[in-house]
Design a protein around this ligand. Structure first.
Ligand code: GAP
Length: 542
């Protein structure tokens, strides 16, 4: 399990202006989040790096920005209208909905089941434990559970058959069967919220309908796109003709997608409005398996290049029965989020399904003519499909550390410098010394031309460092009396640079500051530290 507590991340994000709940002053919308001043910089960095590495640094990729609203036939051709759904189940007592395929997980993590597990673990006699729990915590936490409502009837069975029962995780199902029963004795799934009886699962469409036009009756009914991918497929020929790309080549797109998720939650992990970063990579059929593996390797490495620790990321091959009917293979990149291992990105071999479907529905040929072989082919497609919000959440969780520094807790986001929302903070040591303030302001404006730089003089230097640590600013530049001189000493025209991670400090001439920063942003602190005087700023605590 991850050691990071999601509540701490949510609280830091709100306190420091990374992420706020949508429409909070109206009570909030649980399924959407707003990125604040630091959050928008941070998420933009995630998207910029993805775009740079997958589009600008490759010869075989181009970009696209398609509209969110698309012709309704797109969604018929893609199969979304007919089958883009998740199974849901609702509680017959409290009315809460859950994804049927996530129900066991929700029960296992529910408050009432946690408390029941604790009770069973602490008591030798399982039947006595169930009885006491039903009369105490069960009443408060799961009032509609059969065990709580009809303890005598439910426990009669346990008393005769399972007096020596010890709970083990593998018998989770059996335990539920024993404590959640209809009056005629049939076992049912209990509600994670109140213990009540859940309905039979039914499919719920994830498509969010919308109407284009002023009068509902004559308006065009379409959908907010549930994925950015289809915007790429329908533009395949436009891009091919205008860019004259040869196979293999890919089209990348970053944009909003919308899904009417049954159970949004876990902060920005699952929302109804989110951003995707998708690539459709078109290849000659027959080379698809090789390209698929190349993309799996490249995407797995990408997250680690920007700081995700290797013990927190893994690949998961989809089982045959999980695969969409048109997919040949799919591999998920999973991250160890605070709630457990979950999908960060899916990399699928979608074969020629999408291009063929759009060809069939639109009547337009979506083929590639190979000049060399003089043959037409419908390319196969490899699709690395990532979430911008999920990636941002994973990088943030991975960067979060609580450390002890000289007996005090330091919270630090150890972001890769390219991801950090603010790259440099310029801190004047004495805000009443006009020479220091003037020099610090000048330095700040100079650095801003290259990096996102802030100026802060609103607290003591130790506190300012902590504030910057907490938002992941990799470097602080401190201007002090030595820099500007006083009646006793001439200025040395040097500043102190403090490294967020090691908290080490070096002294650097102002006229070399930009060159040194260039090096530091490229990850060369150790070199700079070994070559520079390590003169700490007077009065500045690390
Ligand atoms: N075109 C393929 C596709 O959309 P997907 O696995 O459904 O595949 C791709 O979605 C990625 O989009 C996921 O790995 C995840 O990062 C992100 N994503 C999907 N649904 C999401 C949601 N409700 N909230 C946040 N991110 C989501």
């Amino acid at each position: 399990m991850s050691t990071v507590d999601l509540d701490k991340i949510v609280s830091l994000c709100k306190r420091r202006g990374f992420i706020f709940q949508s429409s909070e002053i109206y009570g909030g919308l649980g399924s959407a989040w707003d990125y604040g001043p630091l959050g928008v910089e941070y998420k933009n960095n995630v998207k910029r790096l993805w775009w740079r590495d997958n589009v600008h640094l490759r010869d075989d990729m181009v970009g696209l920005d398609a509209a969110i609203s698309m012709h309704p036939k797109v969604w018929e051709a893609s199969g979304h209208v007919a089958s883009f759904s998740d199974p849901f189940t609702g509680c017959l007592s409290c009315g809460r909905y859950y994804r049927a395929d996530h129900l066991n997980e929700a029960i296992w993590n529910s408050k009432w089941f946690e408390s029941l597990k604790r009770r069973l673990a602490n008591e030798k006699d399982a039947v006595a434990a169930l009885e006491k729990w039903a009369a105490g915590d069960g009443k408060k936490l799961a009032p509609n559970l059969a065990l709580v409502q009809r303890p005598d009837v439910v426990l009669a069975l346990w008393k005769t058959h399972r007096a020596n029962y010890r709970f083990v995780q593998s018998e989770f199902g059996e335990l539920l069967d024993g404590i959640a029963r209809t009056p005629d004795g049939t076992p049912h799934n209990p509600c994670p919220n109140c213990g009540g009886q859940m309905s039979e699962p039914r499919p719920a469409s994830l498509m969010l309908e919308t109407f284009l036009g002023p009068v509902r009756e004559t308006a065009t009914k379409t959908y907010l796109r549930p994925e950015t991918a289809q915007g790429i497929f329908v533009n395949f020929d436009n891009v091919l003709q205008s860019s004259r790309k040869k196979l293999p080549f890919g089209i990348a797109q970053i944009g909003k997608a919308f899904r009417n998720e049954i159970t949004p939650g876990n902060f920005t992990f699952r929302t109804r409005e989110f951003e995707q970063m998708e690539i459709e990579f078109f290849v000659v059929p027959g080379t698809d398996e090789e390209w698929h593996q190349k993309w799996v390797d490249a995407r797995f490495a990408w997250y680690q290049n920007y700081g995700i620790r290797k013990e927190n990321i893994r690949l998961r091959e989809h089982e045959q029965d999980e695969l969409a009917f048109y997919a040949k293979r799919c591999v998920d990149v999973e991250y160890l989020f605070p709630m457990g291992w979950s999908e960060l990105e899916g990399i699928a071999n979608r074969t020629d399904y999408d291009l063929k479907q759009h060809s069939r529905f639109s009547g337009r040929t979506l083929e590639y003519f190979d000049e060399e072989t003089k043959q037409k082919v419908v390319p196969y497609v490899i699709e690395p499909s990532a979430g911008a919000d999920r990636s941002a959440l994973a990088f943030l969780v991975d960067a979060y550390r609580e450390e002890q520094v000289r007996g005090e807790k330091r919270v630090v986001l150890r972001f890769h410098p390219e991801l950090a929302p603010t790259k440099i903070a310029v801190l004047p040591l004495l805000k009443k010394n006009s020479k220091i303030v003037e020099a610090a302001t000048r330095i700040c404006h100079g650095l801003r031309k290259h990096w996102v730089t802030v100026y802060d003089d609103t607290a003591s230097i130790g506190r300012l460092y902590r504030r910057q640590d907490e938002v992941g600013t990799p470097f602080c530049v401190t201007v002090d009396v030595q820099t500007v001189g006083d009646e006793n000493k001439p200025p040395d025209d040097e500043v102190t640079i403090r490294d967020r991670d090691s908290m080490e400090q070096i002294r650097v001439p102002i006229d070399r500051l930009e060159a040194v920063m260039m090096d530091l942003m490229a990850g060369r602190w150790a070199k700079a530290y070994s070559e520079s005087p390590k003169q700490p700023v007077a009065g500045a605590s690390a």
